[in-house]
Design a protein. Structure first.
Length: 305
């Protein structure tokens, strides 16, 4: 670790995590103290026939505006092929999990670690897509991670880089806020408003999975104010290259039609994860949805190696 890098000493209890951050940058010693209270994430579990619920599980983290339900079909297939428990989580402010601030990768990683510990999971394989991929990488690099808990890391179409999210993500927030303000009564009405912001029907259908259709008017389940404010943090990453490394088995799966993993940030990924390999699929950013069979095979073969 370089003299300019930031080191972290952590105390953990079941009630809270207290993180002391020491920085020697620019020869200035500073001590920051933040308290992060992990939340209990909602989840779905596919149970193998052998009754094992804790050892060698696959834990899945969705992307921005996603939820555990998006992974139901793949989770069942993973469980059948691997004969291991498969947990699909709702990250904070998504799906059925609590709505709470802050919203950044440090706290998401803390939530996921709390889930693993509270469910007594061991020898975990962790899979994350997009935002969930960054949360998974943040956990793998975290000094809070107990040695030996994480066995495999699989990252779907995202890199551990820092930068602004594309403007389309903020426009999705505005579109959903407009739908809420319009007090729409049908999914068709919501589609009509959303089509002015997004032309791709697959993306519109994905965003509208967050629409609660159980009451009238229809409203989004997710906290649009919290997510809108968090957009800058979701383009960030908690660590600088060279600051932390995780030497465990790591697989990156890139969509060849996507620019989230590219020639500029791939060397950064290798700095953080020196034991990584890269696979590609002829797909866009949603590699697991566009090429589910091929994606399934990559992940299963990697875990079984």
């Amino acid at each position: 670790m370089s003299r300019q890098a930031t080191s972290r000493k952590v105390r953990f209890s079941a009630l809270h995590r207290e993180t002391y951050t020491y920085s020697s940058q620019n020869c200035t010693n500073r001590l920051f103290t933040t308290r992060v209270t992990p939340i209990d994430l909602r989840y779905e579990c596919q149970h193998p026939a052998n009754g094992n619920n804790t050892d060698k599980p696959l834990v899945i983290l969705h992307g921005l505006f996603g939820m555990k339900r998006n992974w139901s079909s793949l989770a069942k297939a993973f469980c059948k092929e691997l004969q291991r428990p498969v947990y699909a989580l709702d990250l904070r402010n998504h799906g059925a999990s609590p709505h709470v601030e802050p919203m950044n990768y440090d706290v998401m990683a803390t939530d996921v670690l709390h889930f693993m510990e509270s469910h007594s999971l061991t020898n975990v394989s962790l899979l994350g897509h997009s935002m969930g991929g960054k949360a998974a990488m943040a956990l793998a690099l975290s000094p809070q991670l107990p040695e030996g808990l994480l066995q495999h890391l699989i990252v779907a179409d995202i890199a551990p880089s820092r930068g602004r999210l594309s403007k389309e993500f903020q426009s999705y927030i505005r579109a959903m806020q407009e739908i809420d303000a319009a007090h729409v009564k049908t999914r068709h009405d919501a589609q009509h408003i959303l089509s002015a912001y997004e032309s791709d029907p697959m993306t519109r259908a994905f965003l509208l999975t967050n629409l609660d259709t159980s009451s009238t008017p229809l409203r989004f389940r997710i906290p649009l104010d919290i997510l809108g404010s968090a957009i800058p943090a979701l383009g960030d990453f908690p660590y600088e290259p060279g600051e932390r490394t995780w030497t465990g088995k790591t697989l990156f799966i890139k969509g060849t039609k996507s620019r989230f993993i590219n020639e500029r940030n791939l060397p950064v990924a290798k700095q953080f994860f020196p034991n990584m390999q890269l696979k590609t699929l002829a797909a866009g950013h949603w590699v697991h949805a566009e090429k589910p069979a091929e994606f399934l095979r990559y992940v299963i073969d990697f875990i079984k190696e």
